[in-house]
Design a protein around this ligand. Structure first.
Ligand code: PBG
Ligand code: ZN
Length: 323
């Protein structure tokens, strides 16, 4: 009887030859949380295996990552002092600027991406400067300080900036500011389609960035809207983003595919804290084959159209790929 895929199923070499999607260590960006201080390596309850680390500890971590074959990281900062405008992020000696300089000095080949936003640096936990009514973020005032933050990161030697605040006109504004200061070649990875998601919960514990009032729904997207999600990424591509992103990843793979089919830039997914925490909880409860579920999830991101995966699982994946 004629069975079209029989031979493919029977021979594992042939199966390898015709496999459509694969995962490599080069696909990953690993998130790191930098805290001011020294000798700090503090695990946060909701994200087992993820740590707040001081710069010295981050350097040890980078050595470990390079040994595993991981060469890209994205930095988030936890400053010692937070205020209404996020001053630490606007200072050349701020926590992220300091971390970038230290990492690039010791690990020049490490590709260092910086998250560009203010929620980790403001005492109110919102992604920028508040408006007069203190109800939401003042878009245009926030663009000004985002450009300052971007230039500080650029000067510190960052390899790519990743604006995550979803402000209007953000990419064009940042591109112009970078170009005007001689950073024409510094790429921008935009968090172009970022949903207002409950999956960010554990991240806000680690980054100590939960908003003190209200939520981020005025600037992040409604999970119910597919066409708007596509439009947001296309808009950022037109404004000059070099890489686009869908965040969270797992619950939005339809959007990943939709966007991939409409853009020509590379596309990243952010496999966020809540997605990681769910797998970890299931692992700890002994109810899944954790490694297989994790790898299946990673291949799903690639199959949906992701070129880059930002994930807390990156080290675990690298260990599996190395064996
Ligand atoms: C904002 C930012 C957030 C995440 C990445 N960048 C938090 C937010 O929007 O509240 C979430 C990532 C995650 O959940 O792992 N700077
Ligand atoms: Zn933010």
């Amino acid at each position: 009887m004629f069975k079209r895929f029989r031979r493919l199923r029977m021979n594992s070499n042939l199966r390898d030859l015709v496999r459509e999607t694969s995962i490599t260590k080069d696909d990953f960006i690993y998130p790191l949380f930098v805290k001011s201080g020294e000798g700090i390596k503090k695990e946060v309850g909701s994200l087992p295996g993820v740590f707040q680390m001081s710069v010295d500890t981050i350097l040890q971590e980078c050595a470990q990552l390079e040994a595993l074959g991981l060469h890209s990281i994205i930095l988030f900062g936890i400053p010692s002092v937070k205020d209404s405008i996020g001053s630490d992020a606007l200072c050349e000696h701020g926590i992220i600027a300091t971390a970038i300089k230290a990492i690039k000095k010791e690990f020049p080949k490490m590709f260092v991406v910086s998250d560009l936003c203010f929620c980790e640096f403001t005492d109110h936990g919102h992604c920028g400067i508040l408006d007069m009514q203190h109800e939401s973020v003042n878009n245009d005032a926030t663009l000004e300080i985002l450009a300052k933050q971007a230039l500080i990161h650029a000067k510190s030697g960052v390899d790519m900036i990743a604006p995550s605040g979803m402000m209007d006109g953000m990419i064009a504004f940042l591109r112009e500011a970078l170009d005007a200061h001689g950073y024409e070649n510094l790429p921008i990875m935009s968090y172009s389609t970022k949903f207002a998601s409950a999956y960010y919960g554990p991240f806000r514990d680690v980054a100590e960035s939960a908003p003190s009032f209200g939520d981020r729904r005025t600037y992040q997207m409604d999970p119910a809207n597919r066409r708007e999600a596509i439009a947001e990424s296309i808009e950022d591509e037109l404004q000059g983003a070099d890489i686009l992103m869908v965040k969270p990843a797992l619950a939005y793979l339809d959007i990943v595919r939709d966007i991939k089919e409409r853009i020509t830039t590379p596309l990243a997914v952010y496999n966020v804290s809540g997605e990681y925490a769910m797998l970890k909880a299931a692992q700890n409860a002994g109810v899944i084959d954790y490694e297989r579920v994790m790898m299946e999830t990673m291949i799903a991101f690639k199959r949906a159209g992701a070129d880059i995966i930002i994930s807390y699982h990156a080290k675990e994946v690298a260990r599996i790929l190395n064996t």
